[in-house]
Design a protein around this ligand. Structure first.
Ligand code: 5AD
Ligand code: SF4
Length: 452
């Protein structure tokens, strides 16, 4: 048995999906299905069945009557119940066939049919070296990105509010044993930052920290409620593993997304990187986040010491079969003062291939052009946006603190000007929700073609 089979990923053979008209209706439907012992899984709504970043419930075909009965009995507001086989098709005919191997042509044809790629096909794509094939891979990812999430970049902002951490992950520059200045932001300071973000029109704020028990659930919830009450922004929490009863409380307080990366879906490698963690627990927590009705952000690092292409294939399959809504893959970068400080950084091309394959395989999800890839090479954020990515996260930690949040060395403090430059280089658009007038008043130049 492969290790991931233990987690019952993708066990539903002839899948149907139930799409509800709101998240709360979806959660109600899931509760009813759990009670009726109908096997089900929350997944990002596939392209063609609903909006990006909404959640559908996948269940086996033999239960369609029963699910329809439940929705009718309880008066659930639903969009519909559909077989997943009537899937969206992608037009890849603009990809030049000349110079591509028969094998790649066959895989591309399966991608355009929206067939589920198997291990060998995913491995073939990740191992592409030939320049023509590499371009074709990125082009396929770009076409699917455009169909699924369009031309507008999603711009989010992260406030790294504490660099205290009780863990000692071998790769991380804020790990427990690292001697460094530690800081914690007060509620007031966090809200002050959120206010600035709200003024420029940012719609999603990411509250990120090390694993810091100083911020009890109570403290976090207080902050969440204030942000929700005053600004109504979407909130992503990225504060590590927590007691599993806290996820539901966070959801009730208004948390929309929770970023808890698997880092690697290979158990042995995971254990090697994380002296304080347990792979099964990380998977269990990821599931609890989803089951609490919060969208899960996951992903991992590319080029970790000891990582192979087969591990990366596992990573892609994990993200797909686990039903992750936001998938961040970035290169491993050595951080000074950590056990891995002398290790080589992850490879740019391989990182871009991972993003492309993640888009091709997972499709209707958000993929960031990560801060890590922008730190590897300043051009790389734009390249990631051209390889399937659609999201940028601004570093919005106060200037006097951010240098102490170097999870890897030479971090690129991606700010608004940097993001604008990446969006321009990639030929994409800034999100319509930004307050362009105010941003220009602050002195930023926004090229006209980025607004539309
Ligand atoms: N190199 C690259 N990414 C890293 N992260 C942490 N340390 C490193 C590193 N040395 C990433 C991990 C983590 C996120 C906060 O940053 O994926 O989840
Ligand atoms: Fe702490 Fe996260 Fe760094 Fe691990 S990766 S040491 S949990 S901040």
């Amino acid at each position: 048995m492969r290790i991931l089979d233990k987690f019952n990923l993708n066990t539903i053979d002839r899948p149907y999906i139930l799409v509800c008209s709101s998240n709360s209706q979806m959660l109600f439907a899931k509760e009813l299905m759990d009670k009726a012992k109908i096997e089900n899984q929350l997944i990002p709504t596939p392209k063609g069945f609903g909006g990006v970043c909404t959640t559908a419930i996948k269940f086996p075909e033999d239960h369609t009557q029963e699910v329809a009965g439940l929705t009718a009995t309880y008066g659930l507001e639903i969009e519909g119940i559909y077989p997943m086989t009537s899937r969206y098709k992608y037009d890849l005919s603009t990809i030049e066939a000349k110079g591509l191997s028969d094998r790649l042509m066959e895989i591309l044809s399966r991608i355009s049919e929206n067939a589920e790629l198997d291990r060998d096909e995913i491995k073939y794509l990740l191992e592409i070296e030939d320049e023509t094939e590499y371009k074709a891979l990125l082009q396929a990812a770009d076409i699917i990105r455009r169909e699924c999430v369009g031309q507008h970049i999603e711009l989010r902002a992260a406030i790294e509010f504490s660099n205290y951490c009780s863990k000692n992950c071998n790769y991380c520059g804020v790990r427990r044993d690292k001697k460094m200045t530690r800081y914690r932001m007060s509620e007031e300071d966090i809200l002050g930052e959120v206010d600035l973000l709200n003024r420029i029109g940012i719609k999603t704020v990411i509250l990120q920290s090390g694993e810091d028990s100083y911020y009890t659930a109570e403290k976090i919830i207080k902050i969440i409620k204030k942000i929700k009450g005053k600004y109504g922004m979407q909130i992503t929490l990225s504060i590590g593993e927590r007691n599993n009863n806290e996820f539901a409380l966070f959801r009730e307080a208004g948390v929309n997304n929770y970023l808890l990366k698997i880092e690697t879906a290979n158990r042995e490698l995971f254990q090697q990187l994380h002296p304080d963690d347990d792979f099964e627990l990380r998977v269990a927590q990821s599931r609890q986040i989803k089951d609490a009705g919060i969208r899960l952000g996951s992903g991992g690092m590319v080029g970790l010491p000891g990582q192979t292409i087969d591990h990366l294939v596992e990573d892609i399959i994990f993200q797909r079969d686990f039903g992750v809504h936001m998938i961040g893959f970035g290169p491993f970068l050595p951080a000074k003062g950590t056990p891995y400080e002398a290790m080589p950084p992850g490879d740019l091309r391989l990182s871009l291939k991972m993003i492309a394959v993640a888009r091709i395989v997972c499709q209707h999800v958000f993929l960031p052009a990560t801060t890590a890839i922008a730190s590897l090479n300043p051009e790389a954020q734009a390249l990631a946006l051209m390889a399937g990515a659609n999201t940028i996260m601004l570093v919005s930690t106060p200037k006097e603190l951010r240098n102490n949040y170097q999870i890897y060395s030479n971090k690129n403090m991606v700010d608004l000007s940097f993001a604008i430059k990446s969006v321009q280089e990639a030929g994409r658009k800034l999100p319509k929700y930004l307050n362009f007038k105010y941003i220009e008043e602050l002195g930023y130049k926004i090229p006209k073609e980025l607004i539309e």
